[in-house]
Write a protein that binds this ligand. Structure first.
Ligand SMILES: Cc1cc2nc3c(=O)[nH]c(=O)nc-3n(C[C@H](O)[C@H](O)[C@H](O)COP(=O)(O)OP(=O)(O)OC[C@H]3O[C@@H](n4cnc5c(N)ncnc54)[C@H](O)[C@@H]3O)c2cc1C
Length: 599
């Protein structure tokens, strides 16, 4: 059976030593008194819950899956899930990031992200039940009326009720402008929703006493396409006068999907048969509002893959130290044993280091973006808020797509470390690969993220957000470029920064005459920019590790490991950029002038 140990030392390294999060957070009035002890205590306690309560349910939940009762439309989660939920709610974990006015603790997103990483390492399928609920809290907090906030937020924030996002329909996923679910106004100001939604995560389950669905639908006479979408809140049980779960609403689960991974999370077909619902925000502005939840979910999905990468690495490492096969090419390393442990073989190390590097770079990126999110919402200086907001917007598709592509590759490499045993269920590695696969698909496929990056975030913005990130890289290069010991990290970072600038200009010019050039270059472009972010991350982490080693102390091995991982990253993962740049430059014709192939 796989095991999981919360990587608290690595988490502290990124939060405190690399990001100096306490100093940054103290600039925000709401967190003026925060200290490292508080952050570490919360992470430690959350880590215990994840390792002791959630992780033991991961394999059993996968094997059992969810149960659907066609007569009652009820969904039952696997054994132990409900008890874990009760413990989670009783301990107050759902309240961590929620606003104090709704009973929340109002702690920084940074802490929430660290906890989310551990939850996903322990049990991604379980974590999706509260994960989407946080998104509903954010969405109603941003766009709900005062009455809606008062009615729903305290119960959602506490975990008494849970939430979903209902966008996808059988004929439309990426292109939400095609949705057909209808909203018919009633005399009392509410609406009746009719239609069919599919693939709704946590759409029905037995964990909470009510489920609050955020539904996209069309009003009568609404404009065609995405400009005619409105957002509604549609509870499973309509709250009564006392704001308690009241009358059963006409939104019900009409089946659950049997799928490749995340078996323990219910993926529901939802039928809306005149379900009572209330408009959130303005008519026909629903998609823009929904982006609050979608952007949060995109960051959350990247964090799911970070969690899976970490737990895959931990288990593959333990196996590689234990499994004896063949001798090292350079001679026996464990002559007292019948064979050497496989960790002596260079290619086994390559697989392990790949997972390790994707986890370390991913952790830096997830925590940095979480800190930027805190700054973008709460910094007293408007210019700093705007700056942080731009960086979050630029980095969101990278968190979603780069981390989930890497997460799938990492879990796959870790499975390979186990040889044939990786393919066998009891070792738990094949579950991680299956679970990791969905992260590249939902919340906008990774292709859509790539189009968002190159199109909306870079070209339509004339590269302004990318220049802001470029300026951060430039400052770093100027500061550390003079240090001999940092050359091996700073030079490739600076070089890639120049190449990204050039490639972006080239693609921008091409796009002016032929829009398909953007679509043809998007995916390799995201890989290149993702590497620029990771090159910055590894160079920053290397600088901190070098300083710590120079200062002396007893944690030498820890910091040496950071430097060795950074070296591995630049030697073996970063070179992907050369191929990706070449592919991005190859143009659209090799894809589109291919009619004979598809005839
Ligand atoms: C397990 C699971 C859970 C889910 N949870 C939810 C949920 O909670 N709520 C919800 O609303 N939805 C949910 N979804 C739906 C998910 O978000 C969609 O599956 C996803 O957005 C893709 O839509 P689609 O499946 O219809 O694929 P399509 O949109 O049909 O896309 C098919 C392929 O075409 C590509 N493509 C489409 N348009 C373009 C384009 N313009 N350029 C280039 N390529 C393009 C896509 O990238 C993809 O590879 C879930 C799905 C699954 C499988």
């Amino acid at each position: 059976m796989p095991s999981y140990t919360p990587p608290l030392r690595d988490m502290r390294f990124v939060m405190h030593e690399v990001l100096d999060a306490v100093t940054a957070l103290r600039e925000l009035p709401a967190h003026a008194d925060i200290d490292a002890e508080l952050i570490d205590q919360v992470c430690e306690e959350a880590g215990k819950f994840c390792a002791e309560v959630l992780h033991p349910l991961n394999a059993s939940g996968d094997a059992e899956g969810c149960h659907y009762d066609a007569e009652t439309h009820a969904v039952t989660t696997p054994a132990g899930f409900r008890q874990a939920w009760e413990q989670y709610v009783e301990a107050g974990w759902p309240l961590l990031n929620a606003a104090p006015e709704y009973g929340g603790q109002g702690l920084p997103h940074l802490i929430g992200s660290a906890v989310h990483e551990m939850q996903n390492s322990a049990n991604q399928a379980w974590t999706m039940y509260p994960g989407l609920t946080h998104g509903v809290v954010e969405l109603l907090g941003a766009h709900g009326s005062d009455a809606q906030k008062a009615l729903y937020l305290p119960k959602l924030a506490s975990g008494q009720w849970t939430g979903t996002m209902c966008l996808t329909e059988p004929h439309c996923g990426t292109d939400l402008g095609l949705i057909r679910t209808k909203a018919t106004p009633r005399d009392d100001g509410s609406y009746e929703l009719s239609g069919q939604k599919i693939f709704i995560s946590s759409g029905e389950h037995d964990l909470s006493e009510n489920i609050v669905h955020m539904v996209l639908a069309k009003l009568p006479g609404a404009p065609e396409g995405s400009k005619g979408i409105s957002l509604f809140v549609c509870p499973k049980f309509v709250p009564d006068a006392a704001a308690e779960a009241g009358e059963r609403n006409a939104i019900f689960c009409s089946g659950i999907e049997h799928k490749m991974g995340i078996h323990a999370n219910s993926t529901c077909q939802m039928t809306l048969d005149g379900a009572r619902a209330w408009l959130v925000g303005e008519p026909n502005k629903g998609l823009a509002a929904m982006f609050v939840m979608m952007n949060g979910a995109r960051l959350g999905v990247g964090t799911q893959s970070l969690g899976l990468t970490e737990v895959a690495w931990q288990n593959a490492l333990a196996y590689a130290k234990d499994r004896l096969q063949m001798r090292a090419l350079s001679g026996a390393k464990a002559p007292q044993q019948p064979a050497d442990p496989i960790i002596v073989h260079p290619d086994v190390r390559r697989m392990l280091l790949t997972a390790r590097a994707w986890a370390e770079g991913g952790r830096f990126l997830v925590y940095w973006v979480a800190l930027l999110l805190d700054q973008s919402r709460q910094h007293p200086d408007a210019a700093r808020r705007a700056e942080a907001d731009d960086l979050v917007a630029l980095l969101t598709p990278i968190v979603k797509a780069f981390l989930t592509d890497n997460g799938f590759a990492a879990t796959n490499e870790c499975l390979q470390v186990f040889g044939g045993h990786g393919y066998i269920r009891e070792w738990g590695m094949e579950q991680l690969v299956r679970d990791a696969r969905i992260n590249m698909i939902y919340e906008g496929t990774n292709t859509i993220q790539a189009l968002d990056l190159i199109g909306r975030k870079v070209l339509m913005d004339n590269g302004a957000k990318l220049k802001k990130f470029g300026a951060i890289v430039k400052d770093f290069v100027e500061q550390y470029g003079v240090s001999d010991s940092m050359q091996e990290f700073v030079n490739p970072l600076a070089d890639l920064g120049d190449k990204v600038q050039k490639l972006t200009m080239e693609l921008g010019f091409k796009a002016m005459t032929q829009r398909d050039e953007v679509g043809a270059a998007a995916v390799p472009y995201l890989r290149v920019v993702g590497h620029l972010v990771f090159a910055y991350a590894f160079a920053r982490m290397a600088a901190v590790a070098q300083a710590a080693l120079a200062a002396g102390g007893d944690d030498t091995a820890f910091y040496q490991a950071k430097l060795q991982t950074a070296r591995f990253y630049f030697a073996r993962l970063y070179p992907e950029t050369a191929a990706a740049i070449r592919i991005a430059r190859s143009g659209a014709r090799n894809l589109l002038d291919t009619e004979a192939v598809f005839a």
